[in-house]
Design a protein around this ligand. Structure first.
Ligand code: UGA
Length: 435
């Protein structure tokens, strides 16, 4: 069996590498030549734990990476894993998926095997049937169910756990005709014998992905709202609240870490896209509007907390600890840190940022508008306030000696990493009431 994977981002590359490491014949396609070169040399173009090693194992087996779509001509399964970013109005941008469908269509026009094409990218309901299918049929001059099959198969992996989640997914969802779904079901049942598989139609599979990410975002905004309330209650602690309510099996204990708000390339974009979609359907998305609003407010609250502590920010140095949207990644897409820095710069603050992995990616966005410190100590030098945003392990080891050269020892800790540290500082943590 030969498997084609179009789009080598977190999802596509992890999938390609894991399948090849398990001795499937895999061809990974991406239009970015630099990316292809890095992967061919055994490296992921982004930081993702365990991925480089998995790529290297895959390359030793039968992993081919290329920018040439013609390699897809004898594939049994062709997975589409290109990005579906958001446009400035929150709507999903389908440019890459349309291009992939066109290129695949042109290839299957010339083949006589009957491939199954699978949309793994996150797409708004009806995209598979109304956008991908007509393009495939147009460019291939062939018909779904007769000359090829088209399925939807949303992905639930997390960045920083991409390999682990690809090896052990908690669920597989397949949307499409029962006959076609059965072929993919057999493939997955062999690969992941213990994972439950839900088969349904295209549209339901597509909305499942949005429902899943929106629910995760809802949990985070919920706990962030409770965190704000806790901050107004003397001695209260949102962590204990989260631990307690998480013990109710109807609630569950995951995704209840209060923080600076959710970021990354998925939750913010998917919540906005489903809000936009529901408005097009004439449905008021009041709950999701609130989820999105609370997320925005959380960042603005952090600005107010800093202002309450140091007054006017003009030319004062503020240290930002953490640029990545979560720990163990160099990804800064839709990172709360970047948005917060932009707000601080508008108030004329001088920002010095530190991140163990993501400084270069942040530089590509912020350029020399801020300074980038190589160490935590350098980041804190002459600072009037330090803000902890990404929960990198090294930040939970900050001690009084790191704070020595601060101009004012004020710390705003959005992840409560330093709660028990007895710091000689004015310490404010998200979700903790005054002690
Ligand atoms: C998210 C989902 O968790 C994946 O299941 C999904 O497949 C993926 O989006 C996607 O659609 O591709 P990811 O973007 O990697 O995965 O990041 P998460 O681990 O969900 O974290 C998102 C944001 O929420 C981060 O900024 C994180 O710091 C924040 N978060 C998460 C909290 O503030 N509190 C929590 O309790 C959990």
């Amino acid at each position: 069996m030969r498997i084609g994977i179009v789009g080598l981002g977190f999802v596509g590359l992890s999938f390609a590498a894991v399948l090849a490491s398990k001795r499937y014949q895999v061809v990974g396609i991406d239009l970015d030549k630099d990316k292809i070169l890095k992967i061919k040399n055994g490296y992921a173009p982004f930081h993702e734990p365990d991925l480089d090693q998995t790529i290297k194992t895959g390359l030793k087996n039968d992993l081919v990476v290329t920018d040439s779509f013609s390699e897809l001509d004898d594939c049994d399964f062709i997975f589409i894993t290109v990005g579906t970013p958001q446009q400035s109005n929150g709507k999903i941008d389908l440019t890459m998926i349309k291009r992939a469908a066109e290129d695949i269509g042109k290839i299957i026009k010339k083949t006589d095997n009957k491939p199954t094409i699978i949309v793994k990218s996150t797409v708004i309901p009806e995209t598979t049937e109304r956008t991908v299918l007509p393009i495939l049929e147009k460019y291939s001059s062939k018909k779904n169910h007769i000359d090829f099959d088209l399925l939807t198969n949303p992905e639930f992996l997390r960045e920083t756990k991409a390999v682990e989640d690809t090896l052990n997914p908690h669920l597989i969802v397949i949307g499409g005709s029962a006959v076609a779904a059965n072929k993919l079901k057999k493939f997955y049942a062999k690969l992941h014998p213990k994972t439950p598989i839900i088969t349904t139609n295209y549209q339901t599979a597509e909305i499942i992905k949005y429902a899943n990410n929106s629910f995760l975002a809802t949990k985070i905004s919920f706990i962030n709202q409770i965190a704000s309330i806790c901050e107004a209650i003397p001695s209260s602690n949102v962590e204990t609240v989260a631990k307690a309510i998480g013990m109710d099996p109807r609630i569950g204990n995951l995704f209840l870490n209060a923080g600076p708000g959710y970021g990354g390339s998925c939750l913010p974009k998917d919540v906005k896209a489903i809000i936009q979609f529901s408005s097009e359907c004439g449905i008021r998305s009041s709950l999701l509007d609130a989820v999105d609003q609370i997320n925005d407010d959380q960042m603005k609250r952090i600005v107010s907390i800093i202002e309450n502590k140091i007054g006017n920010m003009n030319r004062k140095t503020i240290s930002i600890l953490g640029l990545a949207f979560k720990a163990d990644t160099d990804d800064v897409r839709d990172s709360v840190s970047i948005k917060l820095i932009e707000l601080l710069l508008r108030k004329n603050a001088s920002v010095v940022a530190h991140d163990p992995k993501a400084s270069n990616n942040a530089k590509a966005i912020l350029g020399n508008k801020i300074k980038y410190a190589k160490s935590i100590k350098d980041a804190l030098k002459n600072s009037s306030c330090a803000v902890i945003l990404t929960p990198w392990k090294q930040y939970s080891k900050i001690s009084n000696s790191d704070l020595k050269d601060m101009r004012k020892r004020i710390i705003v800790d959005s992840r409560r990493l330093l709660v028990d540290h007895k710091l000689n500082a004015d310490y404010y943590a998200i979700g903790l009431g005054k002690r």
